[in-house]
Every structure is written in structure tokens, then in C-alpha cells.
Design a protein around this ligand. Structure first.
Ligand SMILES: C[S@@+](CC[C@H](N)C(=O)[O-])C[C@H]1O[C@@H](n2cnc3c(N)ncnc32)[C@H](O)[C@@H]1O
Length: 203
């Protein structure tokens, strides 16, 4: 029997709750990392658009196994209590001058992960262009602050702009591709762009 959209959403939400994660989005990162191996224990990781904190907590617990460090930044505070000892949590616009200065002080990074998304308006053109802007900003951050051979993943709303972002990522990474996790809602128009093995001399 086909699993309905609502059943799928409830399944992941309940699983996240049982496993102590604040959001179901954790299963997207689980799937992305199990298929693409972005992060390993000991890495320094930047999580952009981190609140409420599922990706940060999963990175701390499972991917770093408590070894390494995570800088998490969001417009809102992450809701992890306690905040794991590997995590430096920053609150503010990741692309503001002030936060950018802090990100540079804490960098460079072995991996940059971003599930950042704009507040949606319901107008697909507005929402996709805002998402594209965020994705472009994260790619620029990766150009500066991701180490050679580092990996990244960014979320973008599908609407055309993702091809341009992917094109830029192919210039920076040995491999770049779009990936749609099964844990994404069936009606979601998000896709994740994955960059593997940053080329030397691209920053
Ligand atoms: C889908 S949520 C992230 C969920 C998170 N990955 C988790 O697993 O808990 C998207 C986040 O992007 C953040 N965001 C959007 N624009 C941002 C910006 N300019 N700087 C920092 N965070 C931003 C939002 O505040 C929101 O919390």
C-alpha cells in the first residue's frame, strides 16, 4: 500500500521526537551523509541556518562522534539544551558583516552544511529567488572558508536558479550534483546541492 504524504511526515516527525531531535530534517542529513560521506570525526563543520538544531545535534552525535567542532549560525537561537561541548552557537544573519567576521575567526572548515531557508510567502517566484540568494551566499562563504578537499551541502528551492548555483559549484568542486532525499516531503520543491572535494586554489 502506498504511504501517504501525511503518514510519511508523521513517521519522520515522531521518529525525530523519540530520538531527541528537535526537527524531522535530521533524516535528510542522515541520508545525504550516508550516500555522500561529507563529514568524518575530527572535522571542523559550519552549519548555516542551524535552528532549531537537528543537523547540529546529528553532526555532533553521529558524524563527529563528539570529536571535532561545529559552528552553528541562525537568525534564531538553536533549541538544544544543553548545547553540546563541540558546538559554538552564533545568532544573527550569517551574511552580515558582524557574523561573517566571527565565521572567519572560527574557520576554515572541513565541511559546510546549510539547510537555510527563507520565510516562505507562498509566492513561488519570491520564495525561490530568496532561496537562490541564500544558496549563492553560502557558496561564496565556501569559496573563502572551506578548506581544499572539503565538502558542502546546501538547500535550494527548485525554480531554475539551482542550475546556475550548480554550475558555479562544479567550478569549485571535483564533483557537484543535486540530490533529493526520501525524507523530503513529497510536495516539497527543495533540493540539496552537494559539492565534494573542493579543488585546490579556488579561494
Ligand atoms: C529549515 S530551517 C533549518 C533546520 C535545521 N537544519 C535543523 O535541522 O534543525 C531553516 C533555517 O534557516 C534560517 N535562516 C534563513 N536565513 C538565514 C540567514 N540569513 N542567516 C542565518 N540563518 C538563516 C532560518 O532562521 C531557519 O531557522
Amino acid at each position: 500500500m502506498a504511504v501517504s504524504r501525511r503518514d510519511k511526515a508523521d513517521f519522520y516527525t515522531q521518529k525525530a521526537h523519540k530520538e531527541g531531535y528537535p526537527a524531522r530534517s535530521v533524516y535528510k542529513l542522515e541520508e545525504i551523509n550516508s550516500t555522500h560521506k561529507l563529514i568524518k570525526p575530527g572535522d571542523s563543520v559550519l552549519d548555516v541556518g542551524a535552528a532549531p538544531g537537528s543537523w547540529t545535534l546529528y553532526t555532533h552525535r553521529v558524524l563527529l562522534k563528539g570529536k571535532g567542532r561545529i559552528v552553528s549560525v541562525d537568525l534564531n537561537p538553536i533549541s538544544l539544551d544543553p548545547i553540546p561541548p563541540t558546538v559554538t552557537a552564533l545568532v544573527g544573519d550569517a551574511f552580515s558583516k558582524e557574523i561573517r567576521t566571527r565565521l572567519v575567526e572560527e574557520g576554515p572548515y572541513d565541511a559546510i552544511i546549510s539547510d537555510a531557508a527563507p520565510m516562505t510567502t507562498g509566492n513561488r517566484i519570491v520564495d525561490t529567488s530568496r532561496s537562490e540568494y541564500l544558496a549563492e551566499q553560502v557558496v561564496m562563504l565556501a569559496e573563502e572558508q572551506l578548506k581544499a578537499h572539503g565538502n558542502m551541502v546546501i538547500k535550494i528551492f527548485q525554480g531554475g536558479g539551482e542550475q546556475e548555483v550548480l554550475k558555479r559549484m562544479r567550478e569549485i568542486f571535483q564533483k557537484a550534483k543535486a540530490f533529493k532525499p526520501k525524507a523530503s516531503r513529497d510536495d516539497s520543491f527543495e533540493v540539496f546541492l552537494i559539492g565534494l572535494d573542493k579543488k585546490e586554489g579556488t579561494n
